[in-house]
Ligand binder design. Sequence first.
Ligand code: ATP
Length: 573
Amino acid sequence: MSEGDRLTELAKRRGFFLQSSGSYGGVAGFYTYGPQGATLKENIESAWRDRFVTREGHMEIDGPTVMPEAVFEASGHLDGFDDMIIECPDCGESHRADHLVEDEPGSEVEDAEALPIAEVEDLFAEYEIDCPTCGAALAGEPIDDFNLMFGTNIGPGSSSPGYLRPETAQGIFVEFPQLAEYARNQLPFGVTQIGRAYRNEISPRNALVRVREFTQAELEHFIDPEEDEPPIERVEDVLLPLYSVEQQQAEDGQVQELTVREAVDEGVVADPWIAYYLGISKGWYERIGVDMDRFRYRQHLPGELAHYASDCWDAETEIDGDWIEVTGFAYRGDYDLAKHEKHSGEEYSVFKQYDEPVTVEKPTVDPDMSYLGPEFGGAAGAISEELQALAERDPDAFDGDTVEVTVDGERYEIPVERTGFAVEEVTESGEHVTPHTVEPSFGVDRLIYTVLAHAYEDDEVDGEQRTYLSLPPETAPTTVGVFPLMDKDGLAERAQEVARDLRAAGLEVTYDDSGAIGRRYRRQDEVGTPFCVTVDYDTLEEGTVTVRERDSTDQKRVAIEELEETLLALRDG
Ligand code: ATP
């Protein structure tokens, strides 16, 4: 059985996750977290909050999942958030064309998404790719772009279209003008959001890995690209497993281990902010239970880079021999804020005050457009704007007798004399800066899947096979299982008291008195409970209990008065 299959089986049986609406046949790409999974998710999210919000001093917001169309027009999602779709002429099933090309045995294409559609169509013919559902030939079928956003109407009627957000990030970007106020217009500052995102994936697969509704934990760090530098010294010795473009292209290319400092100095990770986040994130993945022998940071290949990103690295984890992207670290430049500024007409910048006012030369043209004369008609406004922009960009263009501008593809030659071009001296106290954004974007569901897959262990205890999840105590849904040896002679009442006291001390506790004690241990092993406490006859006589550790199954006796302290120390390592 594959790692994924055995995990999905255990997940359903023990309450981690299951396909939603199963009674109605289920819908691909939607999962419900059961009682164990919901707590595990909450634990991972709170570990994320602790590391990326509290300890970094960032802000957190919580915005709506439905946003108006204008937001996604500005962000580029409406036009460009597409995957390649191919429909089988026989069974009618749709598939992601780029994935079929990559998955075809013998295919050497690693990133078909970056290729033009016509080339992917040719590859279908070259590899003679068949429909994975019914086996019909797909060569010759058209491939189309398919937009992944779920659309809806806001309010009655269809005049106000909206979309379920395909990433939480846009909810941060659109609020930038107000968020900058909260940060008192001081760069750098970071804003985070943990929440649901929706993508109408063509082919959901691998349980939680590719779903249609998922949770992202995103951080947008707004920086002044001219001035702000990350505190690299805090993470400079952290070793990064880097799979750079160069290594990917080298024959037998391997992951390269470099410290954060080396990665920056040698230019392997070009942007120090990205290097900083790779550094702090590595320790965090380890903390929540990712197996670091099955983990790497992979740099995006040039054709793979998102249109807005100048450098991007993915954190990837290995499951069943495949590498899965769990986090994208992208340098988004000023792309998003500049777009929202342009589309909304609001200011998406901060005002940077100079230490001292400075006098600068400011080239201007006459703001009164009447100088253009009636012959320019309706184009006068646009010509005037273009002239002003040109004056600022390239004042030398006004050196001759005429100056040339192009508006809507039409060239205009205008006598410089008439433009009122002048260079004025003005005193400025500061300038508007559009911040650049550094974005670590974590997929919570893929992390949950990884942590569970990497924690899954089989061994033999007292001649019996057992399965256990070696989850770190901080991540495990339950920290302590409390059992009475038997449900008689007051043992159950005493055990319930112990459970209550431990809960009052802030531990996550499960009480269980059903079935043989060995079976109760196995149940807790399978949900990854790191410690079990058993109340027996010695408890009533001597005031001690046994504490059993999950992975080693070692047991020791602990006095009840010391139990809380012992367990808290074990939990916090
Ligand atoms: P992929 O290439 O796998 O579709 P992506 O590059 O489109 O992912 P991003 O847009 O960078 O993903 O989103 C950030 C994170 O959100 C990803 O690293 C991933 O963990 C998570 N994510 C994206 N799409 C899905 C999905 N369909 N199901 C579960 N998690 C997802």
